[in-house]
Design a protein around this ligand. Structure first.
Ligand code: EPU
Length: 416
């Protein structure tokens, strides 16, 4: 199994290019299920999760071709309504095929994703919404079985904003009979990117980016061509790396408007952040100040940046309180960071980080995607060598991360 070795204490400088957003690409590729004919997607990142969704779509009968960052999908041969356990267990976002399959094939059988390292992650809100649109839903032998001759428009309220829940129901509603109103939806840029894609395919979705979506069902959608938006979490990860190493890094091909909360915190930490079009230059401060962080649905501070910020706070001056309000178990990186010398105590959904720790390299284990990124960041400032194991988590969501950090002057390499 691959591992990544990082020699710390190098100041990063130079430019890093950001790839397409994993969490935008996944639902957008799935949306190809909703139309016959060939759709083309550009700026598709080369990631394990993208391979997983491509495998799943191929299994369902979609023709998938990938050349570099371009993917061409044709759902003309869509025939299979079952997403099996072996494919879904590799990636929870596979649940996104549920809504489109019911909309297109009138039925779907999708393995229940189950929990994961960061929480129980139920899909009750996806199922409640589909049921309100008239689907018959059964849970049998670990599978969700859903069917409806034609879904019908409905008024649906989400108890809490859910990103993939909003995306799933949006894709179900575009072909439903009548108007669907989704309230208290997720406002993440990835949700907006999916709504834009669906509208280009002929859907009628209003309100993307607000907490209410109004979707007027249409008879059919047509194929489209779109480019995937930049990955805001990859962007944020490089910005934190710049601040952490007191470096000077320009992050290119990103969308700074999607990172307002992260940029605000970085400035409070003392970093100099300059935004210029699709570039952000981050110059790290001499002394990193501590700030408190509370994760929230967009536009709040993203839970997917919490672990990376914790590393920054562990070498800051003073005390920081990090509250995680999205996932109940998203502090599993803490015990690994402690092995590197970080002073972090967890109580309920809050972590108290006592800064100024001198981190020192050690072997550590990656436990989920963003936790893995945080361990690489910790390695960049730790003394000596940090050995990050189980990097397959990292490969799910960061493209060529070691090459990008190397180009900035980090001493980092992958060992097979
Ligand atoms: N929730 C429910 N019931 C549901 C759905 C969600 O209780 O039916 C709860 C969840 O348990 C959680 C909260 O609602 O407490 C929000 O979860 P959400 O559904 O928004 O998460 P998700 O859609 O499963 C996406 C991203 C995650 C990201 C979260 C939060 C994708 C493919 N995944 O997950 O990304 O952390 O939104 O922003 O878009 C990652 O990329 O590393 C990652 C985990």
């Amino acid at each position: 199994m691959d591992k990544i070795l990082v020699e710390g204490k190098r100041r990063l400088s130079g430019e890093a290019r950001i790839g397409g957003a994993k969490n935008a690409a996944l639902p957008i590729l799935v949306s190809a299920l909703l139309a016959d004919g060939q759709s083309t997607y550009d700026n598709v990142p080369d990631l394990q999760d993208i391979n997983s969704v491509a495998d799943l779509l191929t299994h369902l009968g979609v023709t998938v071709r990938r050349e570099g960052r371009r993917a061409t999908l044709d759902a003309g041969g869509l025939s299979n309504h079952e997403a099996p356990y072996d494919l879904v267990r590799k990636m929870r976002a596979s649940i996104l095929v549920l809504g489109p399959l019911v909309a297109r094939l009138k039925k779907a059988r999708v393995s229940l994703p189950g929990g994961c390292a960061i929480g129980a992650r139920p899909i009750n809100l996806h199922l409640k919404g589909l049921a309100q649109m008239g689907a018959e839903i059964d849970i049998r032998h670990g599978y969700v079985e859903a069917s409806a001759d034609r879904l019908r428009g409905a008024e649906i309220y989400f108890d809490m904003p859910t990103v993939t829940g909003t995306e799933n129901l949006m894709m179900a509603a575009v072909l439903a009979d009548g108007v669907t109103v989704l309230r208290n939806v997720a406002r993440e840029p990835e949700v907006v990117a999916l709504a834009d894609t669906l509208n280009r395919m002929g859907a009628q979705i209003a309100g993307a980016g607000t907490s209410v979506l109004t979707i007027t069902g249409v008879e059919a959608l047509h194929p489209t061509q779109v480019a995937i938006i930049p990955d805001r979490i990859e962007t944020g990860t490089f910005m934190v790396a710049a601040a952490l190493t007191r470096g000077d890094v320009t992050v290119r091909d990103c969308d700074p408007a999607h990172l307002v909360a992260v940029i605000d915190k970085l400035r409070l930490v003392g970093a100099d952040v300059q935004v210029n079009g699709d570039r952000v230059r981050v110059q790290g401060p001499d002394k990193i100040c501590s700030v408190d962080i509370k994760t929230q649905p967009y536009p709040g501070f993203p839970t997917d940046m919490q672990a990376q910020f914790m590393v920054l706070m562990s070498v800051a001056r003073g005390l920081s309180i990090i509250s995680e309000t999205i996932f109940e178990n998203r502090f599993i990186h803490v015990s690994e960071l402690r092995r590197l010398g970080a002073d972090v105590r967890v109580s309920g959904n809050a972590a108290v980080v006592c800064g100024c720790a001198k981190l020192s390299g050690a072997p550590v284990m990656a436990t989920d995607l963003r936790a893995s990124a945080s361990l690489i960041l910790a390695g960049l400032v730790a003394e000596g060598t940090t050995e990050v194991n189980r990097v397959y988590h990292l490969d799910r969501g960061y493209e060529a991360i070691e090459e990008k950090f190397s180009a900035l002057g980090a001493a980092i390499r992958r060992v097979k």
